[in-house]
Write a protein of this length. Structure first.
Length: 173
């Protein structure tokens, strides 16, 4: 159906954000989409932080974003802000890199107070990169990750994301 990219700022696969990413990836794959995972932590840190676009891993990461039909951005929230590694990657993208593609923001955190990071930090960053079709994402408390309640929220977010992909895919045909 479509090529989707999940940008994960999870510090590990077993961290709350990693579990959320695995769940959403499985839901999207079950819906027939091709899903690629981009673990930001696996990128060469020095090249990422110095914006070395000559590094093949960095070039491949940017190309993956630019070629995806839809992008999921998943980040843990620390002190009411998204992961610095996620920001470093998004900063490498051209100004309008996310224009015309559905974008689903997902976040995890230890306190309900960190929910503000979605509206006041992550959404503006995505908009600055041209995201004109940001699907309503989800913030999941760390302690609820893996629960039936969290799974239902993430399933609904994935459904909204898939629905948002359809008009873009029709235009491309």
């Amino acid at each position: 159906m479509s090529d989707l990219l999940i940008i994960s700022g999870a510090p590990s696969h077993s961290a709350p954000t990693g579990v959320v990413v695995s769940h959403v990836s499985a839901v999207l794959e079950a819906a027939g989409h091709h899903v690629t995972l981009l673990d930001v932590r696996a990128l060469p840190t020095l090249s990422l932080l110095t914006e070395d676009l000559r590094d093949p891993a960095i070039t491949d990461a940017v190309s993956s974003v630019l070629s995806a039909d839809g992008v999921v951005v998943a980040s843990p929230v620390y002190r009411a802000a998204y992961s610095g590694l996620v920001k470093a990657l998004l900063d490498l993208l051209p100004k309008k890199a996310l224009r015309g593609r559905a974008v689903l923001p997902l976040a995890t955190g230890g306190s309900q107070g960190f929910l503000v990071a979605m509206d006041y930090a992550l959404h503006p960053l995505l908009a600055a990169k041209g995201a004109d079709q940001v699907v309503r994402g989800e913030f999941v408390l760390d302690r609820k990750v893996g629960s039936a309640e969290a799974a239902a929220l993430l399933d609904a977010a994935a459904d909204r994301f898939v629905s948002a992909l359809t008009p873009r895919l029709r235009r491309a045909s």
